[in-house]
Design a protein around this ligand. Structure first.
Ligand SMILES: Cc1cc2nc3c(=O)[nH]c(=O)nc-3n(C[C@H](O)[C@H](O)[C@H](O)COP(=O)(O)OP(=O)(O)OC[C@H]3O[C@@H](n4cnc5c(N)ncnc54)[C@H](O)[C@@H]3O)c2cc1C
Length: 432
C-alpha cells in the first residue's frame, strides 16, 4: 500500500493546531489537519476567556468577523465563604477599546470559524478521524496512522491537547503527574441578553470574568469561574487532581453547590442549562513543559506541550496555544527553506518560543503552581476575609473594636498567625 505524502500533518484542531495550520498555509506550505471531532470545537468544552492579542497578530482585526461573545472589561475576584462572600471588582476602560485584551468565546463556534479561515487559506481539513499513532523510522517521525490509512509527512505537529498520547508515543513526554492536572467541570447556562447586562452591570458587548476562591471549590485546591457570553453564562470549577482525590469531593457536586451559593444563585436565576461537561486541564505551568519539544520530523504545541498558566486569578491556555502554533509554523517554514526537518533544524521553534510571550510568561509564573499548593489559600483566607468584614459591618450593639484587634482575633479564630499571613503574602507577590 502506498501512503500519501504531505509537507505537514497536524493532529488536532484546537487553537494551537489551527493557528499553526493557518500560518503554514499562508506561507504556501501543504498542510493536512486531522481532527477526531465532527468539526473543530465539537470536542472542546465551550466557554473561556481568550486573551486574544496574539490572534490579532495572526488575523488582524479578527473580532470583526469571528464569533466572539463579549470583550472582557470587568474582572471580579471573589473570596467565598459558605454563605458570605467578598468581591474585589476591577473595571478597566482601556480594556474596552480595540485591539481588545480578551473575549469570552464559545469554542464550538469559535474553533469552527478558525477552521474555516484555515481552510480558506488552503489547509486540507479532515474531520471525524482519530489519529491512532505516529509512524517512525528509528527516532524520526515520518507520518501518522488514522483509521485504515497511513499518511506520510516531512513534519507531524502534535496539537492533540492535554491528553496527548502522540507526544508520549514520540518519546517526548511521559505520563503527567496528578499534581500537574486539574479536572474542570463546566456548565453553559442560557439567559436573555438584557438579564445578563442588568445583572452584571454591562453596556453593549462588555463582559465580566469572575475568579472565585475558597468555598467555591469546597476548599479543594483550585477555584471556580463565571464568564458572561452574549446570551449565556459559562460557569465551572477547576479542581487539582491530587487534592480532589484526597478530599473525596465530586466535581459535579461542587459545581451544583456553587450554582446555589447566595452570590451565584441570583446571577444564574431562571437560566437554562444547555451544556455540561468535564475536561482535564494542565496546572503545572513551566514544570510540566518537557525538556525536548521537537524530534526529527516532529513538533508539539499548545496543551500537548503543557503550555498553560493558572495563577488562581487567570486561566490561560488558548493564547499560549496560538502563540506556540505560530512559533512552530515559523520554524517549519525556515526548515523547509533548508530542506532539513531534523530535530536540530526544527529546534528554532524553542528559540522562537523563548523570545515570545509564551516562554517569557511561563517563566514569570514558574513559582505559581508551588505557591498554590498551600492549603490555606483554599481553606482559610476566604473565610478570614469574610469574618473580618462581617465584624466591621455588623453593628450588633456589642462594643466595637478597631480593625487591627478585629483582624488579630479573626486570625486566631481561624488558626492562623500573622506570620502565616505575612509569609504567604510575600510568597504570593513573588509568584503571581
Ligand atoms: C474547564 C476549563 C476551563 C478553561 N478555561 C480557559 C480560559 O478561560 N482561558 C484559556 O485561555 N484557557 C482555558 N482553558 C485551557 C484551554 O482550553 C486550553 O489550554 C486550550 O484549549 C489548548 O488548546 P490546544 O489547541 O492545545 O488543545 P485543545 O483545545 O484541547 O485541542 C485539541 C484538539 O485535538 C483533538 N484531538 C485529540 N486527540 C486527537 C487524535 N488522536 N486525533 C485527532 N484529533 C485529536 C481534539 O478533539 C481537540 O479538538 C480551560 C480548560 C478547561 C478544561
Amino acid at each position: 500500500m502506498s501512503a500519501d505524502k504531505y509537507e505537514v500533518i497536524i493532529i488536532g484542531g484546537g487553537p494551537s493546531g489551527l493557528a499553526a495550520a493557518y500560518k503554514l498555509a499562508q506561507a504556501g506550505v501543504e498542510v493536512v489537519l486531522v481532527e477526531r471531532g465532527d468539526y473543530c470545537g465539537s470536542k472542546n468544552l465551550s466557554g473561556g476567556v481568550f486573551y486574544t492579542r496574539v490572534l490579532d497578530q495572526l488575523i488582524p482585526g479578527f473580532w470583526e468577523e469571528a464569533p466572539v461573545e463579549r470583550y472582557i472589561t470587568n474582572y471580579v475576584t471573589t473570596l467565598m465563604d459558605k454563605e458570605d462572600y467578598f468581591n474585589l471588582d476591577y473595571k478597566g476602560q482601556a480594556l474596552s477599546k480595540p485591539p481588545y485584551n480578551a473575549f469570552s468565546v464559545l469554542r464550538a463556534k469559535f474553533d469552527r470559524w478558525l477552521a474555516e479561515k484555515a481552510e480558506d487559506a488552503g489547509v486540507m481539513l479532515v474531520n471525524e478521524i482519530k489519529v491512532e499513532k505516529v509512524l517512525k523510522e528509528g527516532n524520526k517521525v515520518t507520518g501518522i496512522v488514522a483509521g485504515d490509512e497511513e499518511m506520510l509527512a516531512d513534519v507531524v505537529i502534535a496539537a492533540d491537547g492535554i491528553n496527548s498520547f502522540i507526544a508520549q508515543e514520540a518519546g517526548l513526554r511521559g505520563p503527567i503527574k496528578p499534581e500537574h492536572l486539574a479536572v474542570g467541570a463546566k456548565a453553559l447556562i442560557e439567559l436573555p441578553r438584557e438579564k445578563i447586562e442588568d445583572r452584571f452591570r454591562l453596556t453593549g458587548n462588555e463582559g465580566t470574568a469572575y475568579a472565585m476562591l475558597g468555598e467555591a471549590s469546597h476548599g479543594v485546591a483550585g477555584g471556580a469561574f463565571l464568564y458572561t457570553n452574549i446570551d449565556s453564562l459559562s460557569i465551572g470549577v477547576v479542581l487539582r487532581l491530587d487534592d480532589l482525590v484526597k478530599s473525596g469531593a465530586k466535581p459535579a457536586e461542587v459545581l451544583d453547590d456553587l450554582l446555589e451559593h447566595p452570590m451565584v444563585a441570583p446571577l444564574v436565576k431562571d437560566g437554562k442549562m444547555v451544556e455540561y461537561g468535564a475536561h482535564l486541564t494542565a496546572e503545572g505551568g513551566l514544570h510540566m513543559v518537557p525538556q525536548q519539544l521537537v524530534a526529527d520530523g516532529f513538533i508539539m504545541v499548545g496543551d500537548a506541550a503543557g503550555f498553560t498558566i493558572n495563577s488562581g486569578l487567570v486561566i490561560r491556555g488558548m493564547d499560549l496555544a496560538v502563540g506556540s502554533g505560530i512559533a512552530a509554523a515559523e520554524a517549519i517554514i525556515e526548515a523547509k527553506e533548508k530542506n532539513d526537518f531534523s530535530a536540530a533544524s526544527l529546534n528554532s521553534y524553542k528559540r522562537r518560543l523563548d523570545e515570545s510571550f509564551v516562554m517569557k510568561d511561563l517563566k514569570t509564573y514558574a513559582k505559581a503552581p508551588i505557591f498554590m499548593e498551600n492549603d490555606r489559600l483554599y481553606k482559610s483566607y476566604s473565610k478570614l476575609a469574610n469574618d473580618i468584614f462581617g465584624k466591621v459591618y455588623n453593628h450588633d450593639l456589642t462594643p466595637k473594636e478597631l480593625l487591627l484587634k478585629t483582624a488579630l482575633k479573626a486570625l486566631k479564630e481561624n488558626n492562623l498567625s500573622i506570620f502565616d499571613l505575612a509569609r504567604d503574602g510575600f510568597k504570593g507577590v513573588r509568584a503571581l
